[in-house]
Design a protein around this ligand. Structure first.
Ligand code: ADP
Ligand code: MG
Length: 596
């Protein structure tokens, strides 16, 4: 957040605190503000879930219901104090989100969305038909909240409480997103493949986002129950879930501000339309739903990122934006521990009779080679020869049909990408896989995921700062190495494709790999950039790193590599020193002739 945005947020907060104190402020609007706050909590969860993790839920009203019914039942039936039911309500909604997520989050895309609808509908009918929930009559007589003599039955006091919870939730959300587990969740948008290759458990990251959104909704439900003093199933049905989604999408699901904006717009609009439309149409009914439907279509059509980015653009035009410093902050952070590298010349990897079939196509056919510590080996061959597939077999991205890969004497064939990353193999992708919209620096920091350990609770409470400093000192260092420190604060997709490849190399280096696999790293680089890259790879070799690289630029390959493995139609055509390969008639015939 830039300095001007921070000032704007503080001004907004001051307005939210002071406005209700104005003598002319209508009491009804205080209640409306409370409702905006309650919806904002749910929409905030959707920012994390939909905007950041890319998961769609049509079931958030159900989690609000979990929080509301928990406190309703515990306070009315067992006489518990609301302050005791608060942690229970959060726990119940969190645990149920975890349970539902564990079952449901293996589904992707539309299936996940449909499953959340099913859960929500089931809950709605359960609550409406079970005596335990007092059926459609619901539970009344929920006590008001009091604290040190402050009575939160008073609407202004209750509003302060909502505002306090909301500000707290915003702070926790920001802390969480700006952390190791937060980067893991954000990495989901760059594709599970890249994230898993850097050790992120993408399933766990999805569950984390789901549980977090569930807890925020549960908090909203707890507050709601004590505002209304009664609960029944209707505000926890699928209609309300759709409204929450509408809020997030209308405001802008990629920003915390968007959630607040959307919650405000939809809540106020609903209130106005509910009185205006029946009067205009001279008939009773929930006509606002039609307007909301139309609104959603218009926003998705004309501003798919919601209204928030427009507001921000307007703001930035009015307020000059201070440039972010492109130099790393001086860091006293001690470097992260390094792994023990194998002795120079020792065997690092041995692939034997490696084979991959895609249906009838044999993409990799009985390929075998060995890599020794401190070597740069080139894997070359015409397009479609099976080079990238070989990379995918070595890194566990694809399962091999047959064969063996020994890495530091351990069999890794059949292991997951995540496991192989922990052993010290890092890679780049021929088709660049960075998280768009996330800063270059954060993308690089993702590479250090396995070298740190902070979890979501530590992150939310800012107990991970020392570790974060070490991660970012490393990320800056690797960005310097690839010559892109001046781009650290840009979004990854603002860079040229060649630069994005360099960012991938910096990310891979953050893993502290034993073996580095580079898939066409020089493609799209300018001449000088290529020379700088060759120099960097040579330096890494001198430091003892082992590198396997796929590249079509023959000058680059011949000058840099110690050995070459040539593939053609999935099979191994030749192996040897660059000089010998250059003179090999079979290689010239199949590849070099055309490349030259
Ligand atoms: P290279 O990297 O050497 O250009 P690839 O390894 O990408 O070649 O591809 C080798 C062959 O395998 C190609 O014919 C390609 O179309 C095929 N192939 C690669 N990935 C898949 C996949 N996931 N499914 C089916 N065929 C694939
Ligand atoms: Mg390829």
């Amino acid at each position: 957040m830039s300095a001007s945005h921070r000032i704007a947020a503080l001004v907004l907060l001051a307005a939210a605190i002071l406005a209700p104190l104005l003598p002319a402020f209508p009491p009804f609007w205080i209640t409306l503000l409370s409702y905006i706050g309650l919806s904002s909590l749910v929409a905030l969860g959707l920012v994390v879930l939909v905007g950041v993790a890319g998961l769609t839920s049509f079931g958030q009203a159900m989690f609000v219901g979990f929080g509301a019914y928990t406190t309703a039942i515990l306070t009315t039936r067992y006489g518990l104090s609301p302050w005791l039911t608060l942690p229970v309500a959060l726990l119940v909604s969190g645990l149920l989100a975890w349970g539902i997520g564990a079952i449901t989050l293996r589904l992707k895309g539309h299936y996940l969305a449909i499953a959340t609808i099913a859960w929500n509908v089931s809950f709605y009918y359960l609550a409406g038909n079970l005596d335990f929930f007092q059926r459609n009559d619901g539970i009344s007589g929920i006590p008001a909240i009091t604290l040190f003599g402050i009575d939160f039955a008073d609407s202004l006091n209750f509003y302060w409480l909502v505002l306090f919870c909301l500000v707290l939730a915003i702070v926790l959300t920001r802390n969480l997103l700006d952390s190791r587990p937060g980067r893991a969740v954000r990495a989901l948008r760059g594709g599970a493949l890249a994230a898993e290759s850097f050790g992120v458990n993408t399933y766990k990251a999805r569950v984390l986002a789901f549980v977090y959104a569930g807890i925020l909704a549960g908090l909203s439900g707890w507050l709601y129950a004590h505002l209304q003093r009664a609960v029944n199933p209707s505000p926890f049905g699928i209609n309300m879930s759709i409204d929450y989604l509408l809020m997030a999408v209308a405001g802008g699901v990629h920003n915390i501000g968007g959630a607040l904006l959307g919650a405000a717009i939809v809540t106020i609009l609903r209130d106005q339309l509910q009185t205006m439309l029946p009067w205009l149409l001279n008939a009773q009914g929930n006509f606002e739903t039609i307007v909301f439907g139309a609104l959603l279509i218009l926003i998705l059509q004309f501003s798919p990122r919601g209204l928030w980015p427009h507001l921000m653009r307007l703001f930035d035009r009015l307020m000059p934006k201070a440039a972010e410093p492109a130099v790393p902050p001086a860091s006293e952070a001690p470097p992260l521990p390094l792994r023990q590298q194998p002795d120079r010349g020792a065997e690092v990897l041995r692939a034997t009779e490696l084979r991959k079939q895609f249906g009838g196509l044999v993409a990799v056919d009985n390929v075998g080679f060995q890599l020794n510590a401190g070597e740069v080996v080139g894997l070359i061959g015409p397009n479609g020869a099976g080079k990238s597939t070989t990379f995918n077999l070595l890194t566990g991205v694809l399962p091999a049909t047959r064969g063996s890969v020994l890495f530091l004497k351990d069999e890794i064939c059949g292991r997951t990408a995540r496991h192989i990353a922990t052993l010290g193999i890092a890679r780049t992708f021929q088709h660049v896989k960075l998280v768009h919209g996330m800063s270059v620096l954060d993308n690089v920091a993702l590479g250090a995921h396995l070298r740190a350990s902070a979890g979501p609770v530590q992150a939310a409470l800012l107990l991970d700062k020392a570790e974060e400093a070490r991660i970012f000192a490393l990320a800056w260092q690797q960005l310097h190495r690839v010559g892109l420190a001046h781009c650290a604060h840009l979004a990854a997709d603002e860079l040229s494709l060649g630069q994005q490849r360099l960012v991938e190399i910096a990310r891979a280096l953050c893993l502290d790999p034993v073996l580095l696999l580079l898939d066409e790293p020089a493609a799209g680089l300018r001449h000088l950039e290529k020379a700088a890259l060759a120099k960097l790879l040579d330096k890494l070799r001198q430091e003892g790193m082992t590198i396997l690289l796929v590249e079509h630029d023959m000058d680059f390959v011949m000058n840099l590599t110690d050995r070459l493995v040539v593939m053609n139609f999935g099979a191994e055509l030749a192996q040897g020193r660059p000089k010998d390969i250059q003179g090999n008639p079979a290689v010239i015939d199949a590849y070099l002739g055309t490349a030259a």
